[in-house]
Design a protein around this ligand. Structure first.
Ligand SMILES: *Cc1c(COP(=O)(O)O)cnc(C)c1O
Length: 416
């Protein structure tokens, strides 16, 4: 029921979606001039290697050996068939999940944190700043920064800073500094957009510092494709020709891109994004150029957006509370190659608890969005009497989200 690759089975090249999109992406625009941004505009924030990856049209990009050395601490990750869940649902579908919760930080996010820290170190950066929502990304970058001896400062959305102290403790244990955001308004609950503004302003103001983003950008999705590349091999080990549907929860789009993009060119494979109804960017947002942050410091990106000043409600899936979406994911949804659905948090937790009681693992609330959709797909297969193959990304564990489970178990969790 578990399909493992050998320890030397980590992909040695990332899958680049850019040259394989239905149409080339529209370029990011400068926030002041609204002209396409060039490498020099981005150089105060990112190392040149990442700026190049952001626009590269090479079909494959080699993973540096120094990155592989660290990914080897937990990769390749397992692919597991959720047979006990299938039996509970009485579905003829076969459900597989790729378990990214086994990383040191407990989610998929270290896959890109390690690569970003490596390229920064290689180009002489001494210090990194970033934002974090629920704390998964901040913890992942703190871990990666420690591996390369970089300083790290994390601006954490204030509601999460106050309600989820354990990820701050993780960040501090890995040697990073973590402060609540927005820094200049202690009464604001904060948002990812505001925290990005804080982190970008810090990096732009110091020569020794670069900024690091945990999702959305092309290079982040590129680094996450190790997930889908491994899963392809593992599905073959399981005797499956191809999945019928590949599912990922979608905040900024990185774990979804990571598992789904390597299946982009496979005909008949549906790709499915799952987002929270309270922050439903792909299903209710408009496609337009918008800022990545609230203050308007970042380039304008072509994406589905709820508006850069959107203040999402404080749902438990903090990692999915972002006003925008990856331009790659947005382009795929717009072209019809990828589908998107939204789920309310009570239905999401219902699926999370079903998964915990059958498969044993307690998922992150973000991950539970993908589980909700996988369960719905399995029930649709039952209805149709079809043996469909469902693959979803188990993006992280929920051991630091037990307060949310407590609320659900007491019947106190409501939909916003
Ligand atoms: C951050 C996070 C997400 C959402 O972010 P994406 O960039 O859309 O992948 C999903 N699951 C977990 C566990 C996360 O930490």
């Amino acid at each position: 029921m578990r399909f493992d690759l050998p320890s030397d089975g980590i992909p040695t090249a990332w899958f680049n979606a850019l040259p394989r999109l239905p149409e080339p992406l529209q370029p990011p625009l400068h926030p002041a001039t609204r002209e396409p941004v060039g490498p020099d505009d981005l150089a105060p924030l990112f190392p040149m290697a990442l700026i190049e990856q952001e626009v590269s049209t090479a079909p494959w990009v080699d993973v540096p050996g120094e990155v592989l050395d660290i990914l080897r601490l937990w990769r390749p990750t397992p692919l597991v068939r959720a047979e006990r869940l299938e039996r509970e649902l009485g579905t003829p579908a076969r459900i597989y999940f790729k378990d990214e919760s086994v990383s040191p930080a407990g989610s998929h996010k270290p896959n890109t944190a390690v690569a970003q820290a490596f390229y920064n170190k290689a180009e002489g950066t001494a210090r990194l700043t970033t934002e974090t929502g629920a704390g998964q990304w901040g913890a992942s970058l703190a871990f990666a920064a420690a591996q390369y001896g970089l300083e790290c400062k994390v601006y954490m959305v204030r509601t999460s800073y106050e309600s989820k102290p354990y990820r701050r403790v993780l960040m501090e244990t890995w040697g990073a500094e973590c402060v609540p955001s927005p820094v200049d308004d202690p009464d604001s609950p904060g948002s990812l957009g505001l925290a990005i503004s804080d982190a970008v302003a810090d990096a732009a103001g110091r020569d020794d510092t670069h900024y690091s983003l945990g999702s959305v950008l092309n290079h982040v999705l590129l680094h996450q494709t190790v997930i889908g590349l491994e899963a392809r091999e593992q599905l073959a080990l399981a005797g499956e020709e191809r999945p019928d549907v590949v599912i990922g929860s979608c905040g900024g789009g990185s774990n979804l891109g990571g598992i789904a993009l390597p299946f982009l060119e496979d005909e008949g494979v549906r790709l499915l994004a799952v987002e929270p109804t309270s922050c439903a960017t792909l299903t209710t947002g408009r496609f337009d150029y918008d800022y990545g942050d609230t203050a308007g410091l970042t380039p304008l990106l072509p994406m589905y957006t709820l508006g850069h000043d959107f203040m999402p409600p404080s749902i438990h899936a903090g990692g999915l509370r972002y006003h925008g979406d990856s331009p790659i994911v947005s382009a795929l949804v717009r072209s019809g190659r990828m589908e998107a659905v939204a789920a309310p948090q009570t239905k999401v937790f219902e699926a999370a608890v079903l998964f915990a009681r059958t498969q044993g693992k307690v998922p992150a609330p973000e991950t539970a969005h993908a589980i909700r959709a996988a369960v719905d797909e399995a029930l649709a297969a039952k209805e149709a009497g079809e043996e469909r193959v469902i693959l979803f990304n188990y993006s992280g564990h929920g051991f630091l989200d037990l307060a949310a489970y407590d609320a659900y178990n007491r019947g106190e969790l409501v939909d916003e």
